[in-house]
Ligand binder design. Structure first.
Ligand code: C5P
Length: 235
């Protein structure tokens, strides 16, 4: 892959506590990523500031806010996020098809290019929790595939899923249905609290449209050098 193609597939997760740290990472990494992911921690604390800063650097941002509420409320939130300039955001597939459709429709009314992704089963939910606590009588992987089908039915752009499910999702729902994969770790980095990790190369090979790079890059001694190594791996 060429540099620009790799760059377009990389999403950097800005999971940091302070605005200064987030801005520093944006400065360091903006030449190597198509999109910065702003999660709930940063968005709740510094939503406007960080979004304006990323926009000011001509980078895209993905608001990982995992919306779930009644369709009308989610549509209103989607309207606000896209009006603010988000090129990506996500909703919980568990909110149902009508809710997802409302989110996509509201986003499309402002910018039809907006990427709206569905979160299927959180990676923190094991088969045991799903079956014994939430009372869903399926394994997490099969259930994620089922929920991805609902996201497709609702007209979402794609889903967030582990690299280990990317191929099954693409096979079932089509190559155009996008998959964003978190839990990415180059071989030489620590797994942290993630359970089902994959290397950048494996994830892209399985069909991931985007890979989320978080701590493997942001906690590295030199984030830019760590990013360059990922580019080497994917070249
Ligand atoms: O640091 P790390 O690479 O583990 O970061 C992964 C990012 O992707 C975090 O922001 C995390 O919240 C997010 N994510 C995830 N698993 C999901 C959905 C989102 O790790 N299923």
């Amino acid at each position: 892959m060429q540099f620009e193609e790799i760059k377009s597939k990389i999403v950097v997760a800005l999971d940091v506590k302070t605005l200064e740290e987030a801005k520093h990472l944006v400065d360091e990494l903006k030449d190597y990523t198509g999109t910065f992911k702003v999660g709930l921690q940063l968005y709740c604390a510094f939503g406007n500031e960080i979004v304006d800063y990323i926009k000011g650097q001509n980078a895209n941002f993905f608001l990982d806010v995992k919306l779930m509420d009644i369709p009308n409320t989610v549509a209103g939130a989607a309207n606000s996020l896209v009006s603010r300039g988000a090129s990506f955001f996500n909703v919980h597939t568990l909110g149902g098809v009508e809710m997802m459709r409302a989110a996509k429709k509201a986003a499309d009314e402002i910018n039809p290019e907006t990427i709206v992704l569905g979160v299927t089963v959180l990676t923190s939910i094991s088969d045991e929790i799903l079956q014994n606590e939430i009372k869903v009588n399926e394994n997490a992987s099969d259930y994620a595939l089922y929920l991805a089908g609902l996201a497709k039915e609702a007209g979402l752009t794609g889903v967030v899923a582990s690299a280990h499910e990317a191929k099954r999702i693409k096979e079932k729902l089509g190559a155009d249905f996008k998959v964003l994969c978190p839990g990415i770790r180059p071989e030489y980095t620590s797994v942290d609290d993630q359970k089902r990790v994959a290397t950048p190369k494996f994830a892209i090979g399985e069909g991931a449209d985007w890979i989320v790079l978080g701590r493997a890059i942001t906690k590295a001694e030199n984030p830019k050098e760590a990013m360059k190594k990922v580019f080497e791996e994917l070249k």
